[in-house]
Write a protein that binds this ligand. Sequence first.
Ligand code: PHB
Length: 391
Amino acid sequence: MTAKRWTLAAALCAMLAASPALADENTVTVGLILPMTGPSASTGKQEKAGAELYIHEHGDTVAGKKIALVVKDDTGAADVTKRLAEELVGNEHASVLMGFGLTPLALAAAPVATEAKVPEIVTAAATAMITEKSPYIVRTSFTLPQAAAPMADWALENGIRKVVTVVTDYGPGVDAEKWFGGTFEKGGGMIMQKIRVPLKNPDFAPFLQRMADDKPDAVFVFVPSGFGAIFMKQFVERGLDKSGVRLIGTGDVTDDDLLAAIGDAALGAVTTHHYSADHDSPENKAFVAAFEKANNGMRPNFMAVAAYDGMGLVYKALEKTKGDASGDALLAAMKGLSWTSPRGPVSIDPETRDIVQNIYVRKVEMKDGALFNVEFATIPDVKDPYKASKR
Ligand code: PHB
């Protein structure tokens, strides 16, 4: 080779190295955007571990394509989520965007998914309307109406008549307040007070004092995953755990990841949710054992299972398209898919792109020396009631 040719070859190599991941058609890149730092870091940690476990168990090749998981930390800030989503589809040729620890973060990525025609798999955020913000959004987590409405039915059937609701003041909290409260009032129950607490630096103490004076039969709570310990600590400090006021809510407040830290204060809390680490099925027993083994004994929560299933959704869709990773093909393949998750039987509603799943009624109990959300009733195949109500 002449000197001139050498220079040209070197320049070409340098160019290739500098342009991040020139699209390799044998690789499918999944961009997992999560809050790995900040107040929702527990969600990031659980979700990353869930997605990685799926790849570890099923191999990193599907339908002839190599799966490359790229994890990005959005620190819980929506502007960062959007920039990362743009970079992932623009520079790293991601075929799928996944994750989104909070509702505003899932919403920030929606226009990017729409414009790039790339599926956005929401594995955490749970405000019902999220899937309406892009035809490319598919969800494997849950919706707050799906989890909260069954809690109202259980409360009514179990002699609870007067309730104070306490929710974090943003999308999922407002959904929880509306769908618990609306269902409860329709069934003859009374909402004595509706309390909303800010997402940033929440202080429940003043509200809890007022609530102690109101003497409701129960307090219904929604706080996002990772925030349950603050609420429970203040609940106990005000003596509400000993006052006869029952604690009910969606399962976010008794998050499996936090139960040990919350301690005995959580005993007896009844919640409705789609996943418990204690779920009694062979699939879940295998999932929990493998997850704990791979993560220094960390117990999986509902975020981990949603990311595990989100990754599974990518694999199943790629099998169906025989490796075609174009956005429209993947999206079409995802609609209507069904499988057995560690949480039980699930499917993707082809009309709403939300997950259809069992909702379980659970009570926090001590079992073999540890606290668990022990399931004692099942409401099968629950669709998001918000979307059903609009039809
Ligand atoms: C949300 O922001 O949509 C969200 C986050 C954590 C939860 C539930 C909903 O546990």
